[in-house]
Unconditional design. Structure first.
Length: 182
């Protein structure tokens, strides 16, 4: 019985693929248009021997920045751009250069960024933003929990540096949606 119906598998699979192909473009038309960016963010990391790791770090810092800016009250739309993207000329651009993001020799997680804000009015250096977080190691140095604790400390250090960066952007008063601080 099993062999007599096996010839039906291919036509049924072919019909299912054809149905998916015809329905997929209809699903794409229902998506809302993306919002235009209010602030473009370019994150540069020092090159390493693992280029995919560089991309992961760039993406992680962008999403940390997006989260910190949202928590601090920024309502605008953030867009990540790369050095290969042209980006919109009329939209302010925040360039972050990651100097270091590591656990130092005494066990503190550190994150240091250099930032520049480019607007239609010109370019303004925001200087260094630094953050430090304590790394509390519980248990074995090579355990999975140690890796999680290290990742948490590095995230805390990045959040601290990005909060400092937000304050510098607010002090500059050049980005709409971020109230100027004195």
């Amino acid at each position: 019985m099993k062999t007599s119906l096996s010839f039906l598998r291919f036509p049924v699979a072919l019909a299912a693929v054809a149905a998916l192909v015809t329905l997929a473009p209809a699903a794409d038309t229902k998506k809302p248009a993306p919002k235009p960016a209010d602030l473009q963010v370019l994150v540069n990391v020092p090159p390493s021997w693992r280029p995919f790791l560089d991309d992961d770090i760039t993406e992680a810092l962008f999403y940390r920045l997006k989260d910190v800016f949202r928590r601090r009250g920024y309502q605008g739309e953030l867009a990540q751009v790369t050095t290969f993207d042209a980006g919109a000329k009329d939209v302010p651009s925040l360039q972050l250069n990651l100097t270091e993001w590591r656990v130092d020799r005494i066990g503190n997680a550190q994150c240091t960024l250099n930032a520049t804000l480019k607007t239609a009015a010109g370019e303004k250096s925001l200087g260094l933003a630094t953050g430090t977080a304590m790394l509390w190691v519980h248990g074995n140095r090579w355990s999975f929990s140690h890796q999680v604790e290290t990742a948490d400390a590095l995230e805390d250090a990045a959040d601290s540096a990005l909060r400092e960066l937000y304050d510098a952007v607010a002090k500059a008063g050049l980005v709409a949606g971020i109230p100027a601080k004195k």
